[in-house]
Design a protein around this ligand. Structure first.
Ligand code: MN3
Length: 209
């Protein structure tokens, strides 16, 4: 097995740090098995694409690169979107500008946004992600939108991810089983609002992939 360009980023907290909202078992498997597999398969597909001029093979490899590359990007964003419950970063007060903007954009204050975003997450069919994204800096009005992507598709180019939530079953099933709503309700306790604020203000360099 060759070693490729991309590597699994370390989590910014321990595997048990998000208890009781995401179990140690889920975090360990999700990071060391699922995310690692996206990285491994991305590197393999890139290496194969670099060594063939067969167009059919290239097209097949592009699909692999999209899936596994998207998985690597999405999970790298997701881990940094989370923080231990009770940490300063996990308090909405750590994101004053964002929370104000969310109130303006979606109405009903932070609770209004949470209800709206949660509804979108629970409405997602099959495997995918829910995202809060922004286009343009504050000077351009910083247009906030809630979007979803299927499978491991990343958000469209030009949109900056503020917050992303993994809605694949592997993200919650071992702990919450079919109770997707409990997973979504729990995750609000471990959102890294400090990171969300930085991304909203364009100050985060989360992806040095
Ligand atoms: Mn996942």
């Amino acid at each position: 097995m060759h070693t490729g360009h991309y590597t699994l980023p370390a989590l910014p907290y321990a595997y048990d740090a998000l208890e009781p909202y995401i179990s140690t078992t889920i975090m360990t498997l999700h990071h060391t098995k699922h995310h690692q597999a996206y990285v491994t398969n991305l590197n393999a597909a890139l290496a194969q694409a670099a060594s063939t001029t067969d167009i059919s093979r290239q097209i097949a490899l592009q699909a692999q690169i999209r899936f596994h590359g998207g998985g690597h990007i999405n999970h790298s964003l997701f881990w940094r979107n989370l923080a231990p419950a009770g940490a300063g970063a996990a308090r909405p007060e750590a994101a004053p500008r964002l929370v104000e903007a969310l109130g303006r954009r979606f109405g009903g204050g932070l609770e209004g946004f949470k209800a709206r975003f949660g509804g979108v997450l629970l409405g997602l069919q099959g495997s995918g992600w829910g995202w809060l994204v922004v286009r343009g800096g504050e000077a351009e009005g910083g247009r906030l939108e809630i979007v979803t992507t299927r499978d491991q598709d990343p958000v469209a180019e030009g949109w900056q991810v503020v917050l992303g939530v993994d809605m694949w079953e592997h993200a919650y099933y071992l702990q919450y089983y079919n109770n997707k709503a409990a997973y979504v309700e729990g995750i609000w306790n471990i959102i890294n609002w400090e990171e969300c604020e930085k991304r909203f203000l364009g100050q985060s360099v989360v992806l040095s992939l």
